[in-house]
Design a protein around this ligand. Structure first.
Ligand code: BES
Ligand code: ZN
Ligand code: ZN
Length: 486
């Protein structure tokens, strides 16, 4: 698994686009006219770009492009929209569009103008552009017999080297999470997920603890085990620890939902909804992606990564509705729907994480269809017991092009989770489903606690702004940036 089928390298060049290597050179059109770099390139190629603009009646809408051939290079003009109100998000998306073009034209080396460096500053502009170039180049092609490895080198003209390097690390960690969530479920079983975590830990000097069914049972994780029981693939409980070499400024835990496949169990999902449930471990993938980034950035924060990895399947042993399970916390839960399995696994994982007494615990999970209905595929739901933690996460996400939207942990809904036979039941009513799921988790965890429901943005059914159809790696950059900011 995880052989290299993608080799993207990012460089910043001191020279302008004209002077940099590459069989493809990209400049922008902003508010209808060629940028300065564009005019420079135009002059170097005797006005071919301005002629093409006129001929094509090119207005420079964001994302529109014109490609002209000159001598032995492709000159690409990319529409960047209007100058006013430009954001780093735009630049990141522009980077991904350039990547898309590079792959279409099958070029190996590309020089790109540092879009909007005048507006955003060289640093922020090259950071966002580099992320976009890398993420837009991402392909998951290891199971395509005829696929050629993606191999491109991008030069960012007049870019900032350090920003480009940081962006590359962030993007590589995101791609790692994408790879994990894109792996088919026959390959990425709970054991394989644990192996991936251990390899990462070994390569990076992290502590790793992996527990099998007996040890999980000894800890009393009855809810997690109930979910895992139906599958022939045994569960794995994964605990990674990153300890900074120097002094520890803060201690936090991140907990990812790790359902390697979710059939729904006996509350079986209809065929359409079962599609892509291999990515029901995207929260776990985000945690591992974040750890990969921690290995590179080495912030002064101790981080615990916790994943309860299992499959939700059907067999003679599988759990059924009406079961009452005992969680590690001692609280009992009546199972009223076996498809609300994520919160059962997380109940035990969050309780376990709480015992480490971190200063903040963040869970990240493809938890509810309800959050997808509420916010769609671009936005994650954010729940937090404290305003400050919510703001920190939201800000970190915003800087990385990952939108988190606050939702309430409404106390009046807590009674919906009361059971007639146990302390809690795993599902209340349909209305406000994402909120009830978050409230359920809250019963098992210490404050301050935040929860990201990424059921919408974790997996894209169509190609999107920052990559092809498939896993998005959502959360890696938010969590990494947040941890680095502490
Ligand atoms: N893994 C699903 C949530 C999900 C839905 C993720 C769509 C990605 C896309 C989760 O385990 C689930 O099935 N949740 C149920 C809960 C319900 C039974 C209360 C849901 O959302 O329908
Ligand atoms: Zn489910
Ligand atoms: Zn699930």
């Amino acid at each position: 698994m995880l052989e290299i089928v993608m080799k993207i390298s990012l460089r910043s060049g001191r020279r302008p686009v004209v002077g940099l290597p590459g069989k493809m050179k990209v400049v922008g059109v902003v508010s209808g006219s060629l940028t300065e770099a564009g005019q420079e390139l135009d002059r170097a190629y005797s006005g071919i770009l301005s002629k093409a603009l006129k001929l094509g009646k090119f207005r420079g809408e964001f994302g529109a492009s014109l490609t002209v051939m000159a001598e032995d290079v492709f000159l690409v003009i990319l529409g960047l929209g209007q100058k006013r109100g430009v954001t780093a998000d735009r630049v990141r998306e522009a980077g991904a569009l350039v990547a898309q073009k590079a792959l279409e034209l099958r070029v190996r080396e590309v020089a790109v103008e540092n879009f909007f460096a005048d507006r955003l500053g060289k640093e922020a502009a090259s950071y966002a552009l580099a992320e976009g170039l890398y993420l837009g180049s991402y392909r998951f092609n290891r199971y395509k017999s005829d696929a050629k490895p993606v191999k491109v080198r991008y030069w960012i003209a007049r870019g900032r080297g350090r920003a480009v390097e940081e962006a590359e690390r962030m993007a590589r960690a995101t791609a790692f999470a994408r790879d994990l969530a894109n792996e088919p479920p026959n390959v990425l079983t709970p054991e394989a997920l644990a192996d991936a975590a251990v390899s990462l830990a070994d390569a990076s000097g992290f502590e790793a603890r992996v527990l099998g069914p007996e040890e999980i049972e000894e800890l009393g994780m009855g809810a997690f085990l109930a979910v895992a029981r139906g599958s022939d693939h045994p569960p794995r409980f994964i605990h990674l620890i990153y300890r900074p070499e120097e002094k520890v400024r803060r201690r936090v835990a991140i907990v990812g939902k790790g359902l390697c496949f979710d059939t729904g169990g006996y509350s079986l999902k209809p065929t359409q909804n079962m599609r892509h449930m291999k990515a029901d471990m995207s929260g776990a993938a985000a945690v591992l992606g974040t750890f990969q980034a921690l290995a590179e950035f080495r912030p002064s924060v101790e981080v615990h990564g916790v994943i309860a990895a299992a499959e939700n399947k059907i067999s003679g042993r599988a759990y059924v509705v009406d079961e009452v399970v005992r969680t590690m916390s001692g609280k009992t839960v009546e199972v009223v729907n076996t498809d609300a399995e994520g919160r059962l696994t997380l109940a035990d994982a969050l309780y376990y994480a709480s015992r480490e007494a971190p200063e903040a615990i963040v869970s990240i999970a493809t938890l509810t269809g309800s959050s997808v209905v509420a916010l769609g595929r671009k936005i994650a739901a954010l729940f937090a017991t404290e305003e400050r933690l919510a703001e920190e996460l939201r800000e970190s996400g915003a800087l990385e092009g990952e939108t988190l939207w606050p939702m309430p942990l409404e106390p009046r809904y807590e009674k919906l989770l009361k059971s007639d036979v146990a302390d809690l039941k795993n599902v209340g009513t349909r209305e406000g489903g994402a909120i009830q799921a978050a409230l359920f988790l809250k019963q098992f965890v210490r404050d301050p606690f935040a929860h990201l429901d990424i059921a919408g943005p974790a997996f894209q059914r169509e190609s999107w702004e920052l990559g092809p159809a498939g896993a998005s790696g959502f959360g890696v950059r938010t969590l990494t940036r947040w941890i680095r900011s502490l």
